[in-house]
Design a protein around this ligand. Structure first.
Ligand code: ADP
Ligand code: 5GP
Length: 205
């Protein structure tokens, strides 16, 4: 009876979300990773259409007006948003759709698609570890790092809004836990699908 499900992944920038998805990707079966649209500048090594769709503020605001986003938010002074169309298509194909979005985005997805949504908050073991990893990644300048750390201090307070928490101590262990969460997320059913299933199940009685 499955018609697709959503797995929301949140956590401070530098928590290891991308690293964990890559490490787990062979084990979690077919999924669609929702490529967000953003107005932030691309980092070294990032590709347009792979990591994000990089657009201007004007183009992003046009998409907002056209109603093209399932959700969007301003994070660290830039816009980030999830386009509705590819998500709908993947859900209709029965796929697990994975979102890497911030805590505001999670709230919006919950408000719209709660019944098929599972969520996991990923964090390094400590604030110090986050800072070390952000610096070691060497992708952001000092002011960006300071801004991300400030944001992390408030984002961590939303941890209780999530179904699961994964503490990313070692990548191997965190990826194993992520595979378990992704497998469980696939089992979520929309209310509509559940009702259809029950009707079918009772049909011959
Ligand atoms: P996010 O996608 O959450 O912003 P990344 O996956 O880019 O985070 O990880 C941030 C940095 O931390 C990267 O340089 C990555 O290689 C490193 N990293 C991720 N997980 C670990 C870990 N368990 N131990 C040490 N470094 C890690
Ligand atoms: P980064 O700039 O490090 O790639 O991402 C910064 C933050 O924006 C992260 O917390 C990430 O989860 C969040 N983010 C990325 N894409 C989206 C999106 O489409 N919507 C929302 N709400 N947040 C996003």
């Amino acid at each position: 009876m499955q018609k697709g499900a959503i797995l929301v992944l949140s956590g401070p920038s530098g928590a290891g979300k991308s690293t964990i998805i890559s490490a787990a990707s062979d084990e979690i079966g077919e999924y669609y990773f929702s490529i967000s649209t953003t107005t932030r500048a691309s980092r070294q090594g990032e590709e347009d259409g792979v990591d994000y769709f990089f657009v201007t503020k004007e183009a992003f605001e046009e998409d907002i007006k056209a109603g093209n986003f399932l959700e969007y938010a301003e994070v660290h002074g830039n816009y980030y948003g999830t386009s509705l169309k590819p998500v709908r298509e993947s859900l209709n194909e029965g796929k697990l759709v994975i979102f890497d979005i911030d805590v505001q985005g999670h709230r919006l997805v919950r408000a719209k698609m709660n019944d098929i949504t599972t969520s996991v908050f990923i964090t390094p073991p400590t604030l110090e570890a986050l800072e070390t990893r952000l610096r070691a990644r060497c992708t952001d300048d000092e002011s960006v790092i300071v801004n991300r750390i400030t944001n992390a201090k408030s984002e961590i307070k939303a941890v209780g809004e999530y179904d699961f928490t994964i503490i990313n101590d070692t990548v191997d262990e965190a990826a194993k836990l992520f595979v378990i969460v992704a497998k469980a997320a696939r089992l979520k059913q929309s209310e509509e699908e559940e009702e259809k299933f029950v009707r079918q199940w009772l049909k011959n009685n």
